[in-house]
Structure formats: structure tokens, C-alpha cells
Design a protein around this ligand. Structure first.
Ligand code: ADP
Ligand code: MG
Length: 285
């Protein structure tokens, strides 16, 4: 069970704004003196999980991630009763181990959406200043020195009101708000991460930004999605194909948007005719 927690590898192409970078450095310094919790909010695909991983990687800390979104009861993260040779034993999970690993970065994903509100109860005590929690089966668990607890949550206009975090919980966190990276940085990320040439990446980002800013149907296209588009182009797809298959969007609507954007003819012309072929073997090009 005691598999040791790994230090993530640094993503060489991860960008954040300078101010946030400086704050993270304060948090790192503070964490060696006092317990610290950091809440990262922002839209989906804006780099929240990457930021937590990068923090662990840069500061050479072991890391473990836990999905709060699927929790339905308080003790669920800690362990379970299992039947071994007819007798029940308590089997601790990774969470108590991570809590007791000095300097560990603990990432709680989707902290605003547990299936059952009570599921957060035991987390409250872990996040509190005394940093300990009582588990009947394990006794008092004390959080190790230097442990940093990150929580991430998707937060956008569409979440306000329904998915807000309990103020008592939010109160225990420093907060970082992640925004989608600006176009010039996004171009850099796509070029470096996918190897697609700069000119085509520019075109992708240009189209994506037009879709984002489209007056009638503005669509949140995340950094994750533009990366998906560029990855597809890197694999040989046309920009049109890549966009069509990466956006969760009605084809006709996309068509209308692309047309309305007066995109260069070449881009609109590479549409394949709708011919059906067997999908039973290798693709013969
Ligand atoms: N600022 C950034 N710099 C480089 N890559 C980024 C950045 N933001 C997001 N990405 C990339 O986009 C993808 C989605 O990011 P992720 O951290 O999973 O988003 P979130 O957790 O907010 O949904 C990842 O592949 C990540 O590497
Ligand atoms: Mg995430």
C-alpha cells in the first residue's frame, strides 16, 4: 500500500502571469512556517490543475490528487473496511499517507461539487490551523510539516449562485484566479507543445479568438481545447477539421460562424465530401 508519492516533472512550457508567480513564491516561503491552503479558481481548461502540478514540480514536492467531486460520505478519502479472509480490516487510502508526507502538495479537485455536502466535514479539520483529524480506525492524524493543500474549482459566470463554495470553507484559503492566457502566450504554448509551425498556430489562435469573441454566440474555448486543435493539426488534420472535432458545437452553427468571420477561402474549401467508408482496418491514404 505504501507506494511513495512522486514529484511531478516540470512542464517546460507552462506560463503564468508574473504577479501570480511572485505570489506562489510567497506561499512556498510561508508554507515552511505555517500550514497553508490555496484555492485556484477559473474556467475549465485554464490551467488550474497544471498550476498545482507545476508548483509541486518546481519546488520539488511529492504530490497527490484527489477527486472531491465524487465523494459521497465524509470518511471516504481516508480508507475503507475490507473483508480479508472472513474478517474486516480497515484499509487506509492514499489520502492519509499524503497528509503525513512532509512537504506534500495535496490537490483537491472540484472542491465545490462533492456529491454530498457532508463529505467535506473531515476535510474541514485538515484545513484548519491545528491540521489534524480524528479517524476512529486510525486515531489522530496530524498533517506533516510543510504540506500545502491546493483546492481547484471551476468557476465562471455559469457557476455563480449554484456552485459557490461554502464561505466557511473558502475562508481557509488564499485564492488564485486563473484566466485564459493572452493570444501571444497561447501562440507560444501551442508552437512549443505541439510543434505546429507558427503561421498555422497563429491562424488557429486567430479563429479561436474570433469564436470566443463572437457577438451572438460567444463560446468559451479553453487553452486545453486550442491545444487539442493544434495537436490534431500536428497529426495532419486541416485547421477546419481540427476545429470542427474539438469544439462541442453544432456543425451548422460553426459553419455559420466561420462564414460570418469571412475566413480565407482556402480554409473553407478543404471540406471533405461526405462519403462513407468501412472502418474495419488500417486507414489507407
Ligand atoms: N498557462 C498555460 N501554459 C501552458 N499550458 C497551459 C496553460 N494553461 C493551460 N495549459 C494546458 O492546457 C491543458 C488544460 O489545463 P488544465 O490545467 O488541465 O486546466 P484546468 O485544470 O483548469 O481544467 C493542459 O494540457 C495544460 O498544459
Ligand atoms: Mg483541472
Amino acid at each position: 500500500m505504501n507506494k511513495s508519492l512522486e514529484i511531478p516533472v516540470v512542464d517546460p512550457f507552462f506560463y503564468i502571469d508574473a504577479e501570480t508567480r511572485i505570489m506562489l513564491n510567497y506561499f512556498e516561503t510561508m508554507s515552511h512556517k505555517n500550514p497553508i491552503n490555496i484555492l485556484v479558481t477559473g474556467k475549465q481548461g485554464s490551467g488550474k490543475s497544471s498550476l498545482v502540478r507545476q508548483f509541486a514540480a518546481v519546488y520539488q514536492r511529492p504530490m497527490a490528487t484527489f477527486q472531491v467531486g465524487i465523494l459521497s460520505e465524509p470518511g471516504q478519502l481516508f480508507g475503507e473496511h475490507a473483508l480479508v479472509d472472513g474478517a474486516t480490516h480497515y484499509r487506509p487510502f492514499l489520502f492519509p499517507q499524503a497528509l503525513q508526507t512532509p512537504g506534500c502538495v495535496i490537490h483537491l479537485e472540484e472542491i465545490n461539487r462533492p456529491e454530498h455536502p457532508k463529505a467535506l466535514n473531515m476535510l474541514f479539520s485538515v484545513l484548519a490551523d491545528d491540521r489534524s483529524v480524528w479517524i476512529d480506525e486510525m486515531g489522530l492524524i496530524k498533517v506533516a510539516k510543510g504540506v500545502v493543500i491546493f483546492a481547484t474549482m471551476n468557476e465562471g459566470e455559469e457557476f455563480v449562485g449554484t456552485e459557490m463554495l461554502d464561505p466557511a470553507l473558502r475562508d481557509r484559503f488564499y485564492t488564485i484566479l486563473m484566466d485564459y492566457i493572452p493570444a501571444d502566450v497561447e501562440i507560444e504554448v501551442l508552437v512549443q507543445k505541439t510543434g505546429v509551425d507558427r503561421e498555422r498556430v497563429r491562424e488557429i489562435v486567430n479563429i479561436v479568438n474570433k469564436i470566443r469573441g463572437h457577438s451572438e454566440t460567444p463560446l468559451d474555448v479553453s487553452t486545453r481545447t486550442s491545444l487539442m486543435i493544434a495537436e490534431m493539426v500536428a497529426a495532419g488534420a486541416s485547421i477546419r477539421e481540427a476545429i470542427t472535432y474539438s469544439l462541442q458545437m453544432d456543425r451548422e452553427q460553426l459553419e455559420a460562424i466561420l462564414l460570418a468571420l469571412h475566413l480565407e477561402k482556402g480554409l473553407l474549401d478543404d471540406r471533405k465530401t461526405c462519403k462513407y467508408i468501412l472502418f474495419t482496418g488500417e486507414l489507407d491514404l
